[in-house]
Design a protein around this ligand. Structure first.
Ligand code: KG4
Ligand code: ZN
Length: 336
């Protein structure tokens, strides 16, 4: 089954053709990052406009690269939640038009379910149930993947998402948006033990995260050093921050896996590209006899191949949409 998938929930306009949830026949991503960089973050109105301008070309290219016409695909899939409402609406409206005109089934996909599904594209042997750490620009979850379309969120952030925290730390260190990759690169050159930073936890909710205190601690640290005219190496701050956030993410995920009895763990979302998180999670999983599944770096960030993969499993379990499909800005993974 060949699915044409569309993703437009944030600042990437993406389309892909995926066969049977496994084989990526094409994957095209048009990023708006260069433009949003000027403003230090995503400007929703600009994002919607650029999606509208780009979507036709991106979908055309995805079909061309797969050597297909619209009539050759078996279904059209689209990210309908969560995300920027105006951005999502562009993809949803376009997908509805394609599905109606070509008379193909329409499959709605939850963005976070898509991130998790990126793992199936890389690891054919991975099958639910397993535990997944989801860390992106908008979400930080510990998720029990009960089956391909049912999820139980057992941990969530009470304030900032992990990616948001990376981006804010990057900004105070003078790196451009989105800053996660720059913090990652700087951390490789710094001393991770140079600064001791707080590890906030949430009373009574052992798997929940709270990152705003860590973010504020880094901002205060930099301000203090600057006010005292002290010289400092921003690589050391990046390395200390990355070590701290990686330890928080990994410790809670491992605790959850051990307490819930999971021997398979996966990671998903933009922050799963982080070298510190990947290395620590791998060594802790190995030490605890847990098998770890990670998407390749090319599938960690937003893309439509992951949406096409999840759409296949949604289709198999009977999830369909019609012309009444709407975009939803906030939607729990448990209500897809
Ligand atoms: O999943 P994603 O592409 O978009 C959302 O669904 O939010 O995640 C984007 C986030 C951004 O905050 C970005 O800075 C972060 O992922 N990110 C990273 C790295 N690459 C991307 N954070 C840390 N280290 C990285 N290498
Ligand atoms: Zn995402």
């Amino acid at each position: 089954m060949k699915i044409l998938a569309i993703e437009s929930s944030c600042d990437e306009t993406a389309a892909a053709v995926v066969e049977d949830g496994k084989i990526i026949l094409s994957s095209v991503i048009s990023s708006q990052i260069e433009e949003h960089k000027l403003y230090g973050g995503v400007v929703p109105e600009i994002a919607s406009r650029r999606h509208s301008e780009n979507i036709l070309g991106v979908v055309d290219e995805a079909l061309k690269k797969a050597d297909m016409e619209l009539s050759d695909v078996d279904a059209v899939a689209v990210t309908y939640a969560p995300g920027l409402i105006g951005a999502l609406l562009v993809g949803v409206s376009f997908a509805k038009g394609l599905s109606m005109s070509a008379e193909k089934p329409l499959i709605p996909v939850h963005h976070i379910a898509g991130h998790i599904a990126a793992n199936y594209l890389a690891h054919e042997e991975l099958k639910p149930p397993y535990l997944c750490l989801v860390a992106s620009g908008g979400h930080s979850h510990i998720v029990e993947v009960l089956n391909y379309t049912e999820f139980k969120v057992i941990g969530r952030t009470r304030d900032d998402a992990a990616g948001e925290c990376f981006d804010k730390v990057a900004r105070i260190l003078g790196f451009p948006y989105p800053g996660g990759i720059h913090v990652d690169n700087a951390a490789k050159l710094g001393n991770p033990d140079a600064y001791k930073l707080p590890r906030p936890s949430v009373n009574g909710s052992p798997y929940d995260f709270s990152f705003s205190g860590l973010k504020t601690a880094v901002i205060n640290l930099v301000h203090n050093l600057e006010q005292k005219n002290l010289t400092f190496d921003k690589n050391d701050i990046a390395a200390s921050f990355q070590k701290t956030i990686a330890e928080i993410l990994v410790e809670k995920t491992l605790n959850a896996a051990k307490e819930k009895g999971y021997t398979n763990v996966a990671i998903a979302g933009g922050v799963s590209a982080n070298s510190g998180v990947r290395t620590l999670l791998q060594s802790e999983c190995t030490r605890n006899n847990i098998t770890l599944f990670m998407p390749p770096l090319s599938l960690c960030g937003d893309n439509a191949a992951m949406i096409g993969c999840q759409a296949y499993y949604n289709f198999l379990s009977g999830i369909r949409a019609d012309e009444s499909l709407n975009a939803i800005a906030t939607l729990s993974l448990e209500n897809i």
